[in-house]
Design a protein around this ligand. Structure first.
Ligand SMILES: [Zn+2]
Ligand SMILES: [Zn+2]
Length: 72
């Protein structure tokens, strides 16, 4: 069985809504940035996740979101 990330494969285009009300944009996976300063990630970590960095074009804020992989 294979898994794929819906965000990496373009199925998931819209990011979460920023606190300023604008939609954030997926800037790609951040698999090389798993740092000790990502509490979210540690909390929700499971092997089958791909973490993406979403940026807000309006205020410049960014968020890391763990995307659950899908079985294909
Ligand atoms: Zn991904
Ligand atoms: Zn914003």
């Amino acid at each position: 069985m294979t898994t794929m990330c819906p965000a990496c494969s373009g199925l998931l285009k819209n990011g979460p809504v920023c606190s300023c009300g604008e939609k954030t944009i997926d800037t790609g996976p951040v698999s090389d940035c798993f740092g000790p300063y990502s509490p979210y990630f540690n909390m929700s970590f499971e092997a089958n996740q791909c973490v993406h960095l979403y940026k807000c074009p309006a205020c410049g804020g960014d968020r890391r979101i763990a995307i659950g992989l899908r079985h294909i």
